[in-house]
Design a protein around this ligand. Structure first.
Ligand SMILES: [Zn+2]
Length: 187
């Protein structure tokens, strides 16, 4: 492969990821960090996407990105959704092998970004009315990699991957096993 070809395909991957992130309503800052593209190029992509694609109902998110890990664990239903998304992220290689202290800086990249999109799309397909936005998915992956407030562990009864809060007394059981032990059907 010639240098120019290699550069072309690298740029191509960045643009493909940026378009995918735009479709998932990611913030400009998120797109910049994960693709390495400049704000100016992202704005141009937005514009061409709105003109050519069906971007009419696309939401632009401004303000702060999600920062509360309690979002993922506050109700049994949210714990279940977060655990499902986290499982897909682990399966598709989005998660790093070990704990990462500086996850916000070290995780982003084109390859992991594409895997995260894949995981997010799978999650949206699996859940009837998904409550986790793409920005929250990025936050979930970062928080799990950091492992200081929430972390992933296995249900002690069935070994399913679950997301638990470090500060709360963890039940260490997935919602299905929890519901089973209470003698009622979950959902
Ligand atoms: Zn279980």
């Amino acid at each position: 492969m010639r240098v120019s070809d290699a550069r072309y395909s690298r740029d191509r991957l960045r643009f493909d990821l940026a378009l995918r992130l735009i479709q998932h309503e990611a913030r400009t800052s998120t797109i910049r960090v994960w693709t390495g593209l400049s704000d100016d190029r992202i704005r141009k992509l937005y514009r061409s996407y709105l003109v050519e694609g069906d971007g009419s109902n696309l939401a632009r998110h401004r303000g702060k990105s999600p920062q509360q890990t309690a979002f993922f664990t506050r109700t049994p239903a949210m714990r279940e959704e977060s655990s499902l998304l986290a499982s897909v992220c682990y399966l598709l290689g989005v998660m790093p092998a070990g704990k990462v202290a500086d996850a916000q800086r070290t995780l982003p990249g084109v390859q992991r970004g594409a895997a995260l999109c894949e995981a997010f799309e799978n999650y949206r397909d699996l859940v009837q009315s998904p409550r986790i936005s793409f920005e929250h998915a990025v936050f979930l992956v970062t928080a799990l990699a950091r492992s200081d407030e929430i972390h992933a562990t296995l249900c002690r009864d069935c070994n399913a991957l679950i997301v638990v809060d470090r500060y709360c007394l963890p039940s260490r059981r997935c919602s299905a096993c929890e519901a089973g032990s209470q003698g009622r059907l979950f959902m």
